[in-house]
Design a protein around this ligand. Structure first.
Ligand SMILES: Nc1ncnc2c1ncn2[C@@H]1O[C@H](COP(=O)(O)OP(=O)(O)OP(=O)(O)O)[C@@H](O)[C@H]1O
Length: 263
């Protein structure tokens, strides 16, 4: 069932943030490439700019600049929304609105239905309004049965779709948030410390879900603070505005360095 190959390409990425002492450069002129099927871990000291770089990749960082391309197509060919559907940023803290886990997982579909539907989606409506009618069209597009099957395939049999999302444990919430993003089928997944604060068992489940997604052709960049788990193909280290890339050898221990970029 041939997996389509592609490259995500970021060139000349810079980020300058405002600070009380004037503008502060977080990183400058960074190049980064990840292929479909590859897992790259992004590590580095706290505050080095890892999240800023990932949000820049997803066109969510107004302080960043640079050139982005996916499968040879420049990001300017896409609206930010189209881009983020292909290059999905997954934040550390799961945001799971809705009355049930199924609602929370269906959120992107509900928003899409509202977006192209009756023209009443103007951003001022509350969540209760959003989920009020439990959108039949969103349910049609992503039925409970498909969500159930997907969660089960991800080893999430423990998650009850009808539970309120706020009842989930931290590990379950992290997996639901990941499952929701994977169901939208992005080409690139930018995972920002999604295993932070999880016990080893849940961190392992999250990692294994991502390994399966990568095996199906997704490109995955993970910000991690945990010890290497042997899942990454390459390790990118961001420090002092420079990005250093090396090949991971099993546990990411020994490796040849190949400096990619200098500030
Ligand atoms: N919008 C902003 N305005 C001002 N400063 C910002 C903004 N966004 C990020 N920064 C600063 O940029 C620096 C890099 O932040 P970032 O969150 O990207 O680092 P990080 O490496 O992901 O950190 P951590 O590992 O602690 O999550 C920090 O000093 C942060 O305070």
């Amino acid at each position: 069932m041939g997996v389509e190959s592609f490259t995500f390409d970021a060139a000349g990425m810079s980020c300058v943030v405002p600070s009380p002492d004037g503008d502060r450069e977080i990183f400058r002129d960074i190049d980064f490439v990840v292929d479909g099927g590859e897992i790259v871990d992004l590590i580095g000291p706290s505050g080095s700019g890892k999240s800023s770089l990932l949000t820049a990749f997803a066109r969510l960082n107004s302080h960043a600049s640079g050139t982005l391309a996916l499968a040879g197509r420049d990001s300017s060919e896409f609206t930010p929304q189209q881009w983020r559907r292909m290059v999905a940023y997954l934040p550390q803290k799961p945001i799971l609105p809705g009355y049930t886990v199924a609602d929370a997982i269906r959120l992107p579909w509900t928003l899409a239905v509202r977006g192209d539907g009756d023209g009443t989606s103007n951003g001022t409506r509350g969540l209760s309004r959003l989920f009020r009618s439990n959108d039949a069209r969103a349910r049609e597009a992503l039925p409970d049965a498909r969500i159930r099957k997907t969660l089960d395939a991800m080893g999430c049999e423990d998650i009850d779709l009808m539970r309120p999302p706020h009842d989930l444990s931290g590990g379950q919430a992290a997996r639901v948030s990941l499952a929701r993003t994977l169901l939208t089928n992005p080409k690139v997944l930018l995972a920002d410390e999604v295993d932070a604060g999880l016990d080893d068992d849940n961190a392992e489940k999250v990692a294994s879900i991502m390994v399966h997604a990568a095996a199906d052709g997704m490109a995955i960049v993970r910000i991690r603070h945990r010890p290497p788990d042997g899942r990454a193909h390459r390790i990118a280290t961001l420090a002092d505005g420079r990005l250093t890339m090396r090949v991971a050898h099993g546990d990411g221990g020994s490796a040849e360095d190949s400096v990619k970029e200098a500030a």
